[in-house]
Unconditional design. Structure first.
Length: 494
């Protein structure tokens, strides 16, 4: 026992769980464990919450048959076993990380091509061999995920056969299941490359004393701008083409927005021209149903008579004031999000509870709730600005101008404004949030399904992007910004 270990206040470093494992295999096991936890943990949490909800409901209502205990155990076993399947995300993580590290080790013993040997060692590091190793592992790992069949990416159609009488059913497979993952890798690779170039420029400019306020503003506003632009595309897609968003993402936005689906449908019909002001196209019953529920005059829902629809319809019972509606939206959304963010932040301090950690968790939950509340408030107020406060003064109040406002301008205004609520978040979180929404925004302008024979293009792009990110993370984890850099640094270290 050393003298330092006996000194008051000294702490011993706890042995790592994978210390007994050979160093070359540690990244593989860490990646598998992390991938398994990311797949299983959310589903286990959902299952436990469902069980608690059902038990509280059963206790208050004895007429409802109680949920058998066996069904919970069956669901639990299905979740735990599902994460162990070969074609699932944990195996992909292990193949990607383990394959890249193992291939890199092999390449150091037998250099790939002797002609390239002088390029492989750059600054004492095997950058090229590491890039190639990760590229190969990423190709194989993504192919493993893509090989899993999914009904959403298959289409069965009857086909007449010339050889046999009658018709046969032909199944066509489509690619696109891994699109979100590939776009995530592309976004991260672009961030690493562009961020590296900008950091070099900044270093040179600072050294020469030529760093300007404009360049400083660009550095500070890049992440908020990426977030705002990405959210604009996502919210536009949520209104007009929700099928371009992942189902879980679309469902979460709908829950947060708390909007009557008839309003969204009316906006879509304005966009397609099915609803036009001063014309009777048979669409009046859509919003007149809302008029009956909220006890408004029926003519408010008739586009032939109400030019435009009163903004009070958008407010959904909050009165005629656009400002009061915006503030009420902010309050309700903050309360809704606080119930979500506060438990998550408190979980982080359960292991080592203290007053400082509790205060930090509370402040973090309040800030995140204020961000989400402001996001929703700005979206709705942007719609009102275009429809009532500003739009009519700039475009006009006749039926043609009102059609233009309601067939896209009002939604576009809300989409443009909402993302700037990111400025309420801490600067450290802005980059993670920007890089989280950017690939989802890119997915809205790309087809969710495409021809199976074009899948190799996605595989190559994913593998090249992942190779860039892994190579940079191994050299300096700080080059990969945000949480991902810390995670990769921890997983890839020997």
């Amino acid at each position: 026992m050393t003298t330092s270990s006996l000194q008051p206040g000294s702490t011993r470093s706890r042995p790592k769980w994978d210390e007994a494992i050979p160093p070359v295999l540690r990244p593989l096991l860490r990646a598998y464990a992390l991938g398994y936890a990311s797949v299983v943990a959310p589903r286990l949490l959902t299952l436990v919450l469902q069980l608690v909800t059902r038990r509280s409901r059963d206790a208050s209502n004895t007429t409802i048959p109680k949920l058998p205990r066996e069904s919970f155990l069956v669901s639990l076993r299905r979740i735990l076993r599902g994460g162990l399947a070969l074609q699932r995300f944990p195996t992909f993580c292990a193949a990607l990380v383990g394959g890249s590290t193992l291939l890199d080790v092999l390449s150091r013993f037998q250099i790939f091509i002797s002609i390239l040997s002088f390029e492989i060692i750059i600054n004492g590091r095997h950058r090229l061999s590491r890039w190639i190793a990760t590229f190969v592992a990423a190709c194989l790992g993504l192919k493993l995920l893509q090989s899993r069949r999914s009904e959403r990416f298959e289409e069965t159609n009857p086909v007449k056969s010339e050889l046999t009488p009658g018709t046969i059913h032909h199944t066509t497979r489509y690619a696109g299941r891994t699109l979100d993952l590939s776009l995530f890798a592309v976004t991260r690779a672009l961030d690493v490359i562009v961020g590296g170039l900008w950091a070099r420029r900044r270093g040179r400019r600072l050294a020469s004393g030529r760093w300007t306020r404009v360049e400083s503003a660009i550095s500070n506003l890049t992440d908020p701008a990426i977030f705002a632009i990405s959210c604009s595309l996502i919210m536009w897609a949520w209104v007009y083409s929700p099928s371009s968003l992942p189902r879980a993402y679309d469902k979460w936005i709908s829950s947060a927005a708390a909007v009557d689906t008839r309003l969204i449908e009316a906006l879509k019909r304005f966009r397609t021209g099915e609803i036009r002001y001063q014309e009777d196209t048979g669409q009046a019953p859509l919003l007149q149903g809302m008029c009956l529920e909220y006890k408004w005059p029926l003519q408010w829902g008739d586009p032939a008579k109400a030019i435009p629809f009163p903004c009070e319809i958008v407010h959904m019972g909050c009165g005629p004031s656009c400002e009061y509606h915006a503030l009420s939206r902010c309050y309700r959304s903050c309360k809704w999000s606080m119930a979500m963010y506060l438990p998550l932040n408190l979980l982080l301090v359960v292991r080592h509870p203290n007053a400082k950690g509790l205060k930090t968790a509370l402040l973090s939950a309040c800030r995140s709730s204020a961000f989400l509340g402001s996001f929703i408030m700005l979206f709705y107020y942007g719609v009102c600005l275009a429809r009532t406060r500003v739009g009519p003064h700039l475009i006009g109040r006749n039926s043609t101008a009102c059609n233009k406002i309601d067939d896209g301008i009002c939604v576009g205004s809300g989409c443009f404004l909402c993302g700037w609520s990111i400025l309420l978040e801490a600067a450290g979180r802005r980059k993670d949030m920007a890089l989280f929404v950017a690939p989802r925004a890119m997915a809205t302008v790309l087809p969710r399904r495409y021809a199976w024979d074009k899948q190799w293009r996605e595989t190559v792009v994913f593998a090249a992007s992942t190779a860039v990110v892994f190579t940079c993370a191994l050299e300096d984890r700080k080059r990969v910004r945000g949480v991902l850099g810390n995670v990769l640094g921890t997983v890839l270290e020997a």
